[in-house]
Design a protein around this ligand. Structure first.
Ligand SMILES: *[C@@H]1O[C@H](CO)[C@@H](O)[C@H](O)[C@H]1NC(C)=O
Ligand SMILES: *[C@@H]1O[C@H](CO)[C@@H](O)[C@H](O)[C@H]1NC(C)=O
Ligand SMILES: *[C@@H]1O[C@H](CO)[C@@H](O)[C@H](O)[C@H]1NC(C)=O
Ligand SMILES: *[C@@H]1O[C@H](CO)[C@@H](O)[C@H](O)[C@H]1NC(C)=O
Length: 421
């Protein structure tokens, strides 16, 4: 059986909006950039700088990809450049899958709602496009969406990090069609791609091989935030490290608290000992999914929240959005930071109003319609993994993924000024 690729971004009811192009401004040079200092010393002394052969500009640690939020943070895209000359494509950076694919000149767009096609890749306009003629790919994501087609070797640039002859999968068909994104950049921990019959290097392996040690993730509610590739962001303090798991980037959650109001203290759900669960850090998933037991314990404390059997989701009256309690995930960790307390603000657990015209499901309906909102915390039961720490979680923490050592780092960040739904 093929391993599961996680991508649960598509809430079926949320329409996709048209995307906007975004640029990739440079981050200010880090104060201590050992690798760049080393490279410049090598140049100075006339030695060949082999460490940065794939980098334009030789400035490891500064490759920032601005993230663009779409549809109330349902998904985040970054712009990549594909081919020569570069064709700019907005793609979802997905830490829960390993296939990197884009729409292309032969994609069947007939199922796309609206008139405007997303930006797509045209190999006939690129001097570096090559096809692996005997290979195909075919991926199925955890939410049931699928994509498949031929496989190319092509130049892919992430900010100034340029990968030559990288594996680029081309989508002949895809059930993810949306006009604001052109594909997916898969950066799972060690999951293989779906390309067959050959095993091809993943983009994550190529990025690590080019000398980028870390992917720093700083997604922001409403505004998008950023990803950066290279060294550790040295402005971040108190990182707590986890070993990181196997195919996916995982952490162990030991305790799950629902915060009560001011001064009332938190209430731990479950037994807080070895009865923890494993969560996958997945930027390709919008919501926070944890075992159903914890989800029920959270929502029964929210007045008039209920599990809607038609949507198969927890929903709650939007009028209560401002008083949603915070949740705290206590995550096992080592290093300076030790165990890590990840607080997800209650405001992040409001995933926005259910569209007009929705009549509700279940028995007992029929009263004057109260505006209901989607919960940002939902049950992971049946997904195939214990828990998926999606964008709802990721937006509220600073996260760093070790591209070489496979570790997951977590640190607190200031959320002041970030939007709430
Ligand atoms: C990328 O390289 C160009 C040209 O060398 C430079 O102007 C720009 O600042 C660099 N951007 C980043 C993000 O390093
Ligand atoms: C993009 O798709 C949405 C539906 O998903 C549609 O309402 C919108 O009109 C489309 N935008 C364009 C520019 O075609
Ligand atoms: C993809 O589409 C092209 C053009 O229609 C076709 O030639 C090719 O066989 C298809 N490849 C796969 C793997 O479906
Ligand atoms: C608490 O955790 C222990 C160790 O995993 C387990 O054996 C026990 O069944 C759990 N108790 C409850 C009430 O969940």
């Amino acid at each position: 059986m093929r391993s599961v690729s996680l991508l649960l971004s598509s809430l079926p009811i949320l329409p996709f909006a048209a995307g906007r192009g975004i640029s990739l401004p440079a981050r200010a040079p880090a104060k201590q950039d050992g690798k760049a200092a080393y490279a410049s010393a090598m140049r100075r002394w006339g030695k060949r700088d082999v460490s940065s052969g794939l980098w334009v500009g030789n400035r490891l640690g500064e490759e920032t990809l601005e993230a663009q939020s779409h549809e109330n943070d349902a998904f985040f895209t970054v712009d990549i450049e594909v081919g020569t000359p570069g064709q700019t494509l907005p793609v979802i950076l997905d830490t829960g899958s390993s296939d990197t694919w884009v729409y292309w000149a032969m994609t069947d767009f007939s199922d796309l709602p609206g008139d405007e096609k997303p930006a797509y890749y045209d190999p006939y306009q690129s001097s570096t496009a090559r096809q692996i003629t005997d290979a195909e790919w075919d991926v199925q994501y955890a939410d049931g969406s699928v994509a498949s087609g031929p496989v190319a070797l092509e130049t892919i640039s992430l900010s100034n990090l340029t990968l030559t002859s990288a594996t680029l999968e081309l989508a002949n068909t895809s059930s993810i069609l949306a006009n604001s994104t052109s594909g997916i950049l898969g950066l799972a921990r060690s999951l293989r791609t779906s390309v067959y019959p050959h095993d091809v290097p993943t983009i994550k392996e190529r990025i690590a091989g080019a000398g980028a040690h870390f992917l720093n993730i700083d997604l922001r509610a409403g505004s998008g935030g950023s990803y950066s590739l290279g060294d550790l962001d040295d402005s971040v303090e108190g990182i707590s490290w986890s070993e990181g798991g196997d195919e996916h980037w995982t952490v162990e959650v030991n305790v799950f608290y629902v915060e009560k109001g001011e001064g009332e203290g938190g209430q731990a759900v479950g037994n807080g000992s070895a009865a923890g669960f494993v969560g996958v850090v997945d930027t390709g998933t919008s919501l926070l999914f944890v075992p159903g037991l914890y989800v029920t314990a959270y929502w029964i404390g929210v007045p008039s929240a209920r599990h809607d059997p038609v949507l198969d989701m927890w929903i709650f009256p939007c009028s209560g959005a401002e008083s949603l309690p915070d949740v705290v995930l206590e995550i096992a960790g080592t290093g300076k930071g030790g165990a890590f307390e990840a607080v997800v603000p209650g405001a992040y657990l409001n995933f926005g109003s259910i569209e007009e015209g929705w009549v509700g499901g279940g028995v007992g309906g029929g009263g004057p319609a109260e505006e209901m909102c989607y919960g940002g915390l939902q049950s992971a039961d049946g997904i195939g993994v214990d828990a998926v720490l999606g964008d709802v979680f990721i937006k509220s923490q600073f996260i760093v993924l070790g591209l070489e050592d496979g570790k997951v780092g977590l640190a607190k960040k200031d959320l002041e000024g970030d939007a709430t739904p």
